[in-house]
Ligand binder design. Structure first.
Ligand SMILES: Nc1ncnc2c1ncn2[C@@H]1O[C@H](COP(=O)(O)OP(=O)(O)OP(=O)(O)O)[C@@H](O)[C@H]1O
Ligand SMILES: [Mg+2]
Length: 500
């Protein structure tokens, strides 16, 4: 079959290859959105339209559940609305205003279709209310790119909430969310659960808009969401490094490293909120913002591993929307790739962070092997292995062994060696990786502590140390460090008993 549309002699032959509406629009559903990335894409549009309030409302208990996203932004005229409903409404190569969070002219459609089969947009501008609907079943029947323009939207109560200007995006026929669940209460439960999971994502992705001077309020089912600052900047114990700027051809990249406070320096709730469901280990890394909107986080872009050493490090990277091509930002605004020039700079940032963490780590390591400090455990590093061994020269062991009849002494040291050799390294490692802040030295009872304090004090006194030195040495090692208040009273009582 020939499809000659071009008169001869004016160029190569051409054939009509207009996409089949029904097929292509179905294809738009599968760009890989999740519920939270889809809602975020709609919220992007509201923020770009200057909204100061975005309300996400779910009606899940009715026979036809729906999700509505309402804003009080600029709204659209009917012509603008029709343009907005067109897949590919803007050329991705066009320059956009700086605060524009869009790029591809696709998000409204692709995000909506990823979750629903019927998208209604009701918008108001200059006293005119316009409505447009894409219904995928309708497109499948007609197989043409024609958007429906109904005169009104009956049965959509959210329309009454539109102010003088603004836009309502309505998702119906939620086949992807819970379409296969026939039982209405169960379906409502599943959708509610998914919405609840999306909440944290919204608090994080838009936190800079929610906390800025002219904040955007994001409301989820009548509840205003609190911004979630991944750098905990309001906590005075957060360490912020100076801002670095990397000027490039398409704009400037801003980089700033933060070290989060230790979990003891904040409430458990704040610590868990910062960690999220993935935990702190997986939440360290770069936080990439495009136009102040978080695009991705919790990755070192393959430049280093997410390790326990750098667990509290989070690095803010800010890029303008003029750099989309360099960073290969995707339609969902949830992935990007590192341009080579930035890669080199970030490598140095990581080396600095690792250098800092390693130094503190080594310092701790030295403390452990420092003979002055009387460790009960010794850290030994040799032949590519790190071992922990009870320190049989510790006064608590030596003094006790000396009190034993000679034939029992070797047996005592054998028992101690057995404890050291059976240290459950793998379990410790797993716990340290998953719940490090919950791993703590075992508490010793008063009698054990008192005995250890007394032996240690005697030994140090015999070695000619004065009481202040003794206190300072003991304060740094367990079991005294973790029970310092009790240790101090035992020291005082011992001094008193000795008449000192
Ligand atoms: N809530 C809204 N208020 C006002 N205008 C809107 C709203 N939502 C969408 N628009 C208009 O519709 C257009 C198309 O939106 P869409 O999300 O499909 O693409 P985009 O935002 O331009 O780019 P991207 O695909 O990167 O999101 C927008 O450029 C904007 O002009
Ligand atoms: Mg958009």
């Amino acid at each position: 079959m020939t499809n000659d549309l071009q008169p001869e002699g004016t160029g190569p032959r051409r054939a009509d290859a207009t996409p089949h509406a029904a097929a292509l629009i179905e294809g738009l559903r599968d760009l890989g959105y999740s519920l939270e990335t889809a809602i975020s894409d709609i919220v992007d549009n509201s923020i770009t339209a200057g909204a100061s309030r975005v309300e996400i409302m779910t009606e899940v208990s009715s026979a036809d559940p729906r999700i509505a996203i309402l804003d009080n932004g600029l709204g659209m005229s009917e012509d603008e609305l029709v343009a907005a409903m067109r897949p590919g409404s803007r050329n991705p190569l066009a320059t956009r205003d700086e605060p524009d969070l869009g790029r591809f002219g696709l998000g409204l459609k692709s995000a909506s279709f990823s979750q629903c089969r019927r998208l209604t947009v009701v918008t108001r501008k200059a006293g005119e209310t316009s409505i447009a609907v894409w219904d995928l079943d309708d497109v499948a029947d007609r197989n043409e790119w024609s958007v429906e323009l109904p005169d009104d939207a009956p049965g959509v109560p959210e329309v009454d909430l539109l102010g003088t200007t603004g836009t309502l995006v309505l998702w119906e026929k939620l086949d992807r969310l819970a379409g296969n669940i026939a039982d209405p209460p169960r379906r409502a439960e599943v959708i509610n659960q998914r919405i609840a999971e999306a909440e944290r994502h919204l608090r994080l992705v838009f936190h800079r808009f929610m906390e800025a001077g002219k904040p955007v309020e994001i409301v989820l089912n009548d509840r205003a969401l609190r911004p979630l600052d991944p750098f905990a900047r309001s906590n005075p114990a957060t360490i912020a490094d100076p801002v670095e700027s990397l000027p490039l051809k398409q704009g400037s990249v801003e980089i700033q490293s933060y070290t989060l406070p230790h979990h003891k320096q904040m409430s458990n709730a704040a610590w868990d909120d910062l960690a999220g469901p993935e935990g702190h280990l997986k939440s360290q890394g770069f936080y990439l913002y495009r136009g102040k909107r978080l695009i991705l986080h919790g990755t070192w872009f393959g430049l280093c591993r997410q390790s326990e050493l750098t667990k509290l490090s989070r690095v803010r990277i800010d890029i303008p929307n003029s750099m989309d091509a360099d960073w290969k930002v995707d339609v969902k605004k949830s992935s990007a790739q590192l341009p080579p020039l930035v890669r080199d700079r970030l490598q140095r940032v990581i080396e600095r962070i690792q250098g800092g963490s390693k130094r503190t780590y080594r310092k701790r390591g030295q403390k452990l092997v420092d003979q002055e400090r009387l460790p009960l455990w010794q850290r030994m590093q040799a032949d590519g292995q790190i071992r922990y061994r009870p320190n049989i020269d510790h006064p608590a062991f030596v003094t006790f062994a000396e009190a034993l009849p000679p034939d029992l002494r070797q047996g005592f040291f054998n028992c101690i060696a057995l404890v050291g050799a059976s240290l459950p390294v793998e379990t410790l490692h797993a716990d340290m990786a998953a719940l490090p802040e919950q791993v703590a030295p075992d508490k010793v009872d008063d009698e054990v502590l008192a005995q250890a304090v007394q032996y240690t004090m005697s030994m140090l006194m015999e070695a000619g140390k004065d009481i202040n030195e003794i206190r300072s040495l003991m304060k740094d090692v367990d079991p005294f460090r973790s029970a310092w208040a009790e240790t101090q009273s035992i020291i005082e009582a011992t001094l008193e008993a000795r008449g000192q």
